[in-house]
Write a protein that binds this ligand. Structure first.
Ligand SMILES: *Cc1c(COP(=O)(O)O)cnc(C)c1O
Length: 376
């Protein structure tokens, strides 16, 4: 195909809302990391998710970093973190000079296994924080994970970077933890070209986060600093894009879910399954992801290469953190005999899930995937 089909690409509203908010910022000369768009974008995400407080930031990674700071994670501390994830979930632990203990996944959500989390507490005692991720927009087993964290009185940091619009038992992902992180990177379900948001359970934490994100200025008539600050605030221009994108978020979720359903129906006779989701969860299906049956004769690489040859973008599932050379010395806790995260990595494929992909283009993707199986 001439036109590339993406995994996920920016998709601005047909109505041009984003540009209107940007123009407004230009007209008022609010080309700064503050302004009406920033405030209104925070409010829109707060209203949509039901979070107690929201702070707009320059990246999802910044939201995770500030979560670590607010949770009091320090040098030499231990943090339990989901193993199967993107490195941005784990890097902030290293920024703090803390040590991650990686927790294996379970089959029903691909996310943190509550049993493995329990085992980590038994083996290593109480960490400073726990980081759970809703991979590809699929909600983790929040009831069990929240209960374990509550029992041990450990702050839960929820990496909901991929899960804006997903919910678990009727409650939005990102609002379960003491801290939640959203991302508006270019490939996420909505984008501000780059950006993130911190969701806080407590107003006081949100206030502190805002101060840390704006160079930690104290309320004095001169520049007074009593702690180390960061430059993590979102620009008023980017926030304008975010405001416009929030108006089409539900449409994007609907379309993502439709794309996933179409794959599911098209592949019923193939030796693969769509990534599972708990019955009382609603996944935003940011990326449609499939798991190839063991020994089915087709590998993720074969599918990815076949799609690539047709100018269609597909990828492996995230490579587990405990297998990453940079985290080679870390500890890893599993309950299954063989690591579930390793198995998902070895057999998983993320398929083109772009909301700009037409139904005809998706049929082409399906045709190419089916062809790989016909050739074995
Ligand atoms: C994208 C992503 C992040 C980081 O967000 P940025 O806005 O790119 O910094 C963190 N965690 C996960 C799971 C992600 O997919």
């Amino acid at each position: 195909m001439d036109k590339r089909i993406f995994l996920a690409s920016p998709h601005m509203s047909d109505e041009g809302y984003e540009l209107e908010y940007i123009k407004d910022a230009f007209n008022k000369n609010w080309i700064a990391p503050l302004g009406e768009n920033v405030n209104e974008f925070e409010k829109a995400v707060k209203d949509y998710t039901g979070a107690a407080s929201t702070v707009a930031l320059s990246a999802g990674t910044a939201a995770l970093h500030l979560s670590m700071l607010l949770a009091g994670v320090g040098r030499g501390d231990m943090v339990f973190c989901q193993d199967l994830t993107f490195s941005a979930s784990a890097n902030p632990i290293a920024y703090m000079g803390a040590e991650a203990v990686y927790i294996d996944s379970e089959r029903d959500t691909w996310n943190m296994d509550p049993e493995a989390l329990k085992k980590a507490f038994e083996l290593y005692g109480r960490p400073k924080a726990v980081v759970v991720v809703h991979l590809y927009g699929t909600p983790a087993r929040m009831e069990e994970i929240c209960a374990i964290c509550r029992e041990h009185d450990v702050p839960l940091i929820e990496d909901a970077a991929e899960a804006l619009g997903s919910d678990y038992k009727g409650r939005k992902c990102g609002t379960f933890g003491k801290f939640g992180a959203l991302s508006f990177n270019g490939n996420k379900i909505i984008t501000t070209s780059g950006g993130g948001m911190l969701l806080c359970e407590n107003e006081s934490d949100a206030k502190h986060a805002l101060k840390l994100a704006t160079q930690a200025r104290e309320p004095f008539p001169w520049y007074q600093h009593e702690e180390i600050g960061y430059n993590y605030r979102l620009s008023n221009i980017s926030a304008g894009i975010g405001r416009g994108q929030m108006r089409v978020l539900e449409k994007r979720v609907e379309r993502k879910r439709e794309i996933c359903e179409t794959y599911e129906k098209a592949f019923t006779d193939l030796p693969l399954e769509i990534s599972p989701c708990l019955p009382d969860s609603r996944a935003n299906r940011w990326l449609s992801t499939v798991l190839l049956k063991a020994d089915c004769g087709v590998t993720p690489t074969q599918i990815i290469d076949a799609l690539q040859a047709e100018n269609m973008e597909a990828r492996h599932v995230w490579k587990p953190m405990h297998l990453q050379p940079v985290f080679a010395d870390c500890r890893f806790v599993q309950v299954a005999e063989k690591s579930v995260a390793d198995d998902l990595f070895n057999r998983g494929v993320c398929l083109p899930s772009d909301t700009k992909m037409t139904p005809e283009e998706q049929q082409e993707v399906i045709r190419i995937v089916r062809k790989v199986f016909e050739q074995i």
